[in-house]
Write a new protein. Sequence first.
Length: 254
Amino acid sequence: MKPIRFAAIAVFTLLSAGAAAQTLEIAGSTSVQKAILEPSAAKAREVTGLDIKVLPVGSGKGLVMLSEGKVKVAAISDALDDAVSSAKKAGMTNTPAGLKLHTVINEKLVPIVHPDNAVKALSMEQLKSVLSGKVVNWKDVGGADLPIVVVTGAPGSGTRAVIEKQVLGGAGYGPNSKELRATSAEIAEVARDKGAIGFVGDGLAESSKGKIREVSGPNVTRPLGLVTVGDPSPEVRKLLDFLQSADAKKLFVQ
């Protein structure tokens, strides 16, 4: 396993202005970052006294960093067992005993396309054919004569793992899929390319309306939450208590 090079990881300081506060680093899901941690960062600092820094490396690599003791908490956008499987693919050699998922919200995943795409709905079978690469032109699912560009997260992405399990039936994406490192990059790619299709949380799809358009599809859901080894440390417990409060959930992108 190659060591994770921190110089190559974009570290986002969610809030750093004002009085000194304790910093808590969280490694993992970019979906959790965009839907939960960034929107609530200012209020979290006010309530908990914590500055949250996110290392947006994906659910799998977040668990790898947790298992190696590099962070006290990981963010995942998948069921815990499936996130552990992604972590093993990302290089986790020893699964820590006592991993605990602290679910913050449950989220629906939706297919997104470019606003100019005329396709309004896709069935489970159509999505399976598109994402696997069996269908490669939009005209075959009721759209224009335009090549399909499938956009997904890199291996280890929680969103990708959910789609592979719930839509692709355990199979992988097609060999020509475009892999991107962050949810925001996937949204930007779909907004740019008229032939692109991706999957994101419904809250992020709603907040990006106009740049992209949601397509009606099957019911696909997953938890968004934080993972600790055993009981959370006092600072992580403080953050969880805040994130699971009604006031915090009003701030989330959902």
